[in-house]
Design a protein around this ligand. Structure first.
Ligand SMILES: NC(=O)c1ccc[n+]([C@@H]2O[C@H](COP(=O)([O-])OP(=O)(O)OC[C@H]3O[C@@H](n4cnc5c(N)ncnc54)[C@H](OP(=O)(O)O)[C@@H]3O)[C@@H](O)[C@H]2O)c1
Length: 208
């Protein structure tokens, strides 16, 4: 007879598959909240720090999925997602899969569905009323990255640029934002938020 395990949402085990900047941020947050964490990534070394702090790192994705009732998958695109999860098909049966891999039109997700999910979450450096709140930080060159780093934005911009190209949409604007993020990272702002591109602009202006 199957036994029902009583776990509160706070201590429920979670598996994260994919440890890019977004997957790592999710894994860190889960560990901080006290969830028993299991991780799997193509490049296992990316989990070194998480393992030091208590995360499990089994050798196979099937073992990782089997370790928790919920798996969050956060990979670069859908082709990779299907390839990575294929060996875990049996393990996934009866378990919840939360897909944090980008939901884009190329993947057949309607824009309205994506927009609902994305508003106030995706690339939080978007220009809106928060710019007014951020302005004092621009003056102080203070660009905290706790809600999203330049490295994460670069990945997101690479995805957006690629999707624009795939969908035949003008990609110049995201491509320029991506280029600016690359410059900022070269100049040491990878852990800062996107507003740090202001420093790139200032440097350009000084050398002009
Ligand atoms: N960055 C953001 O601000 C942001 C915001 C919202 C949503 N997202 C979405 O979240 C997802 C993850 O984004 P990310 O920024 O964390 O990084 P990413 O560069 O989009 O994805 C990196 C992850 O994909 C894995 N990967 C790439 N190619 C692979 C392959 N051929 N086989 C197996 N694994 C492969 C990487 O493994 P390795 O470590 O081994 O290379 C790593 O785990 C994307 O779909 C992105 O659009 C990102």
């Amino acid at each position: 007879m199957a036994t029902q395990q009583s776990t509160s949402p706070q201590n429920s085990p979670v598996t994260v598959v994919g440890l890019g900047p977004m997957g790592l941020a999710l894994a860190e947050a889960l560990l901080k909240q006290g969830h028993p964490l299991t991780v799997w990534n193509r490049t296992p070394q990316k989990a070194d720090d998480l393992v030091t702090r208590g995360a499990q790192r089994p050798a196979t994705v099937a073992e990782a999925v089997s370790a928790s009732p919920v798996t969050i998958v956060c990979l670069n695109d859908y082709d990779t997602l299907y390839e990575v999860l294929a060996p875990a098909a049996d393990a996934l049966r009866g378990r919840a899969l939360v897909n944090a891999t980008a939901l884009v039109a190329s993947a057949g997700v309607p824009a309205a569905t994506f927009a609902e999910l994305a508003v106030n979450w995706f690339m939080p450096m978007g220009v809106d009323s928060t710019l007014v709140e951020q302005a004092p930080d621009l003056d102080k060159a203070n660009y905290p990255g706790e809600f999203g780093t330049m490295e994460m934005d670069l990945n997101a911009l690479a995805h957006i640029t690629r999707t624009c190209v795939e969908q035949g949409v003008d990609a110049r604007q995201p491509a320029l934002m991506k280029e600016l993020a690359e410059s900022a990272i070269e100049q040491g702002y990878s852990g800062k938020n996107y507003f740090a591109v202001f420093e790139v602009f200032k440097k350009e202006a000084q050398s002009a």
